[in-house]
Design a protein around this ligand. Structure first.
Ligand code: ZN
Length: 304
């Protein structure tokens, strides 16, 4: 039993449209689902991913309009690391970001930059066998596009406290960090020493990271987490996948989410993310929900 790397990463934005413009327009991801936070249906939940909306390339945001800026601190993910195919891709992104007025810098093997709210990203030409997860974008050749997640980096003061839980979840310690690698995909979980200032959950901060489970093994992972001392939620049906949540000992909120059924359960692949999707349990609230949300334009819907 192995987790198949990162399923999705969820962060917070204060401005859904600006967020959509950055992640689709600049980074070239596809907005594959526009829905609401199931725990708070008055706010958007936006999902960006590759063309097919696969786990492994799925970055999601809750929109809290006007939320104060956050700041990553101990117990929080502070950087998202994406794979690209080659050093040439790093050159391309360095140029593209610069041309769009976004500061980036080479650091070690990677290219670092932040989104408009300060969420830290890194692109890395990683040598892994995993299938690239790519979205179509007219200005970004597929061989240079983002290929899905490679890692998340989190701040922890005493990361050894997390070792037993990570081992129970079949993460393996590697030279670059803890690796969750299944037969199809893998992803890394890397700790860095925290800054002195306390973290603040707000705009531009990561809320949680979800690890990918084969559906049949989902409850077994929950049992493993309990056996290692974590206190997971019951299994929650998120409609596009099933989830359990627990905090790992270093303070980061983990989710284990099933691979599938996926984003095509309520929309055809060609039209993902073009209209507001509400899971069946929320459909009766549609009128109320839509009145309360500022319209967000998916650039693909706008082109049609
Ligand atoms: Zn999640």
């Amino acid at each position: 039993m192995k987790l198949e790397g990162i399923h999705h990463i969820t962060a917070i934005t204060a401005d859904a449209q600006r967020n959509v413009d950055f992640y689709t327009g600049v980074l070239g991801l596809r907005l594959v689902k526009k829905t609401v936070n199931q725990d708070s249906p008055t706010v958007y939940h936006l999902f960006f991913a590759d063309e097919e909306g696969d786990p492994g390339a799925d970055l999601t945001f809750f929109e809290y309009p006007g939320a104060a800026p956050g700041r990553a601190g101990a117990g929080m993910v502070h950087r998202i690391v994406w794979r690209v195919a080659s050093p040439e891709a790093l050159d391309f992104w360095d140029g593209r970001l610069g041309a769009l007025g976004i500061e980036s810098r080479r650091e070690g093997e990677g290219l670092r930059f932040a989104d408009p709210e300060g969420l830290d990203h890194e692109l890395l030409a990683a040598d892994v066998p995993d299938a690239p997860l790519i979205a179509d974008h007219p200005e970004i050749p597929p061989e240079l596009a983002l290929q899905g997640f490679h890692a998340v980096r989190a701040y922890a003061a005493a990361p050894a406290a997390s070792a037993a839980l990570l081992e129970a979840l079949e993460f393996e310690p590697t030279e670059s960090g803890w690796e969750a690698r299944g037969p199809e995909r893998g992803g890394l979980y890397i700790y860095d020493p925290p800054p002195a200032e306390r973290g603040i959950q707000g705009a531009g901060s990561v809320h949680h990271v979800a690890w990918a489970s084969i559906p049949d093994e989902h409850m077994a992972w929950r049992d493993r987490a309990i056996a290692a001392g974590a206190r997971p939620t019951p299994e929650i049906d998120r409609f596009y996948f099933k989830s359990v949540y627990f905090r790992e000992p270093s303070g980061v909120l983990f989710e284990v989410a099933t691979i599938g059924p996926g984003f095509t359960v309520d929309e055809p692949l060609e039209h993902l993310g073009e209209k507001l999707s509400l899971p069946p349990a929320f459909e009766h609230l549609r009128e109320e929900v839509e009145t309360n949300l500022r319209p967000v334009v998916n650039p693909r819907a706008a082109q049609r």
